[in-house]
Design a protein around this ligand. Sequence first.
Ligand code: ASP
Length: 321
Amino acid sequence: MKTSRRKFILSSSLLASFGSLSKIFAQEKTSTKPVVISTWNFGAAANVEAWKILSKDGRSLDAVEAGVQVPEGDPKETSVGLGGLPDRDGRVTLDACIMDEFSNCGAVACLEHIVHPISVARKVMEKTPHVLLVGDGALQFALANGFKKENLLTPESEKIWKEWLKKAEYKPIVNIENHDTIGMIALDASQNLSGACTTSGMAFKLHGRVGDSPIIGAGLFVDNEIGAATSTGVGEEVIRICGSHLVVELMRQGRSPQQACEQAVQRIVKNQPGKSKEMQVGFLALNKNGEIGAYALQKGFTYAVYSPEVPNTIFESKSYY
Ligand code: ASP
């Protein structure tokens, strides 16, 4: 998967600037609206969809929903939506959440059979008095709202799962392969922030396991006065520190997005000095001025930025280790 993603980047003319790695660490700031940022290499294709809305002065909420639908609907992406790697029982269970500039939010967890959990999360936000629906209840709600029931387990993902079953060892590998999430944050021309986060979670997890991605404050948090943050990696560690909320609160206290992401990662290291050496967690943040921060436990955490000054470019964050 890593190889195919890299190939995708190299073959895409949009991302021609990826080669200039020297720019990577310099780019922590952008001041012109609108801007969209998203986790991992697949964020670049997602940014293109979001940009179609943002560049026409559209709302950041619409942009992030449209953006993350791209990897959700791509059967070749084995960590989000259709084609996501299943749990240990062979069931593809999806987690997603969305949050807007008014602190409205909606989420679904352990949702099966629906290609676009982010849109179900948005419906939860807009049509119910609740924030989070899970499992069968979330599916029932999705079907009642016109979503189609589909088989999300592609032959490719089924093959990987069957191979895994031979040893059935649960061992998350640092940087993709059996985890990944798209977290996306956008600041629109009206200076409003929204975010979306969607994943199939850790591959081969226990059935019913929910990670950080659909948990408001863990996988995503938006405060329109201050900024927004999202996360990827081992969700349990992000939940333990309320990661995205922590990043936003650190920004409120005056830290730059970069400093805030670094301090959140350091908190995980403090909690888990040993374990943190072997796992990946990455944070991505954007403040109200369009400044960007990104930091991870391990090398290899990439994110994509699209703004008037940055033509949809993939950067690699700094890391603790
Ligand atoms: N954070 C996701 C989870 O724990 C997985 C990932 O981003 O790699 O479910």
